[in-house]
Design a protein around this ligand. Structure first.
Ligand code: AMP
Length: 249
């Protein structure tokens, strides 16, 4: 069974984002980048499926500039077999990414496609759902457990107030949630070995997909600075304060 995993190269999760002075976007010039954390979980799940003898090949795919190869190498070092970079310098939006991923899926014909539940840069949480719709296949989003059963996959989904289990026919799209697994630590020899694994590069413009942006980013702003809190002595004082400040009637 071939598994395709989509991995996005994003701002490192430990970095506090800076906004460009004109408020037009987040400033990523010279900032540390890395694999989107949910995509690392997606790769880990694919590698575990391979270790269990369920998956036979893992293909990692990223859409972006040359630097996305760093994230693809990370996926290769974790255990992906080969990687594909869909190269473009256009700022991508979920629909465009989903269309390009569909073009790759049409070519590669994987049985399972795993994405992260959201990219931590745009926080859109849309690409997996859009990809499943474009492919006309089932989707198991916010997955916290994945079990392959013959030609089906059982997915436990994180939903408000608990867990929901769905069974999807393969091929299917899954998006990885935080509790799906804990990604492995990459050892140096694996990083070295990953350098020998192939990364195919295709130009996004060579794929038959219209990935032009549909949304215009109007403005990016810092969240308002929070006012300092007040410590009250007891519940009665708290209620009085909430009343006097008209938070409660
Ligand atoms: P989003 O809908 O932007 O929050 O992204 C959800 C998931 O789609 C990510 O966790 C990735 O698995 C995948 N994805 C989004 N953008 C890209 C990209 N440029 N390259 C590869 N995968 C992507």
């Amino acid at each position: 069974m071939k598994v395709l995993v989509a991995v996005k190269h994003v701002l490192d999760y430990n970095i506090a984002p800076r906004i460009k002075q004109d408020g037009s976007d987040v400033d990523i010039a010279g900032v540390k980048m890395g694999i989107n954390p949910f995509d690392e979980i997606a790769v880990e799940e694919a590698v575990r499926l391979k270790e269990r003898g369920v998956a036979t090949e893992i293909v990692a795919v990223s859409i972006g500039g040359e630097s996305s190869k760093d994230t693809l190498r990370h996926a290769l070092a974790m255990g992906a077999d080969r990687a594909v970079l869909i190269q473009t310098d256009v700022v991508m939006q979920p629909l465009g990414v989903a269309k390009l991923l569909k073009a790759v899926v049409d070519k590669e014909a994987p049985s399972l496609i795993i994405l992260g539940k959201q990219a931590i840069d745009d926080d859109a949480g849309q690409t997996g759902q859009m990809l499943a719709a474009l492919l006309g296949v089932g989707q198991g989003t916010f997955a916290s457990a994945v079990t392959i059963k013959d030609a089906e996959v059982e997915v436990a989904r994180e939903v408000d107030g608990g867990s929901e289990t769905v069974v999807l026919k393969l091929p299917a799209v899954i998006t990885a949630d935080l509790r799906l697994n804990e990604p492995r630590f990459i050892k140096l020899p694996n990083l070295m070995m990953a350098k020998k694994k192939p990364i195919d590069t295709l130009a996004a413009t060579d794929l038959a997909a219209d990935f032009s942006p549909r949304l215009k980013l109007a403005k990016v702003a810092e969240p308002p600075v929070r006012k300092a809190g007040v410590i009250v002595g007891n519940v009665a004082e708290l209620v009085e304060k909430l009343r006097s400040e008209k938070v409660i009637a």
